[in-house]
Design a protein. Structure first.
Length: 216
């Protein structure tokens, strides 16, 4: 993984699966992911470093907000700042779960989920561990905003979409999943889909930071 943050705004190419996949995806979604927050930032840190900030207009008011990936001791955070009347104010913090060294947020996409909701898809490298075995993973996180209201910013931890593994006995595998948005049930709300061969996870946004999911 690279040693820098690459901010990209890309158009996801809709995935066209087989009719069998379509029928499966259109089954009734079940289960629910509760709201997840990164936790209160209520302690002092001895080591603090942050990247150059990036500007994204999250609420489409033509006044972009600042997004910064921050390392505090052994923790990784995303911090969002708003500027109003010349003042800079932190409005959102989210902590990632790190599994090894060299972790980083290396890609961000901002997309429309529905006419009233947007999503920041965060591609987070959880790091690599090399104790007795080698393993490195990347995971999808998402930040949602409803009705262009910054007070509704909410985050959740999604699934892994990349894994590289080598065992002591020499077994090796590399799995790189497809990540895309598509409205599968024609309700004007796009689903977040993570797919690898015959394995799929579908996340349905219900609004107010809540998601439902199922997997085959």
């Amino acid at each position: 993984m690279g040693k820098f943050i690459l901010l990209l705004f890309l158009f996801l190419v809709p995935w066209k699966g087989s009719p069998q996949d379509e029928r499966y995806f259109r089954q009734i979604f079940s289960g629910e992911l509760s709201k997840e927050k990164g936790g209160a930032e209520d302690k002092k840190y001895s080591f603090y470093i942050h990247t150059p900030y990036y500007e994204i207009d999250l609420n489409r008011d033509k006044a972009p907000e600042e997004l910064i990936f921050v390392k505090k001791d052994s923790e990784d955070w995303l911090e969002i700042f708003e500027k109003k009347a010349g003042e800079r104010k932190k409005i959102f913090s989210y902590r990632f779960e790190t599994k090894g060294y060299d972790s980083e947020l290396y890609r961000i996409e901002m997309k429309k989920l529905s006419p009233s909701a947007s999503i920041l898809i965060l591609y987070y490298y959880e790091g690599v561990s090399k104790y007795t075995e080698m393993q490195s993973t990347s995971r999808i996180y998402a930040i949602t905003i409803d009705n262009n209201d910054l007070k509704t910013l909410n985050g959740f931890k999604g699934p892994s979409f990349f894994e590289e593994y080598r065992s002591l006995k020499g077994h090796y595998h590399l799995r790189n999943y497809q990540v895309y948005l598509q409205d599968l049930n024609n309700d004007d709300v796009k689903e977040l889909i993570v797919k690898f061969h015959l394995t799929s996870q579908v996340f349905l946004y219900e609004g107010n930071g809540k998601w439902r999911t199922f997997a085959n």
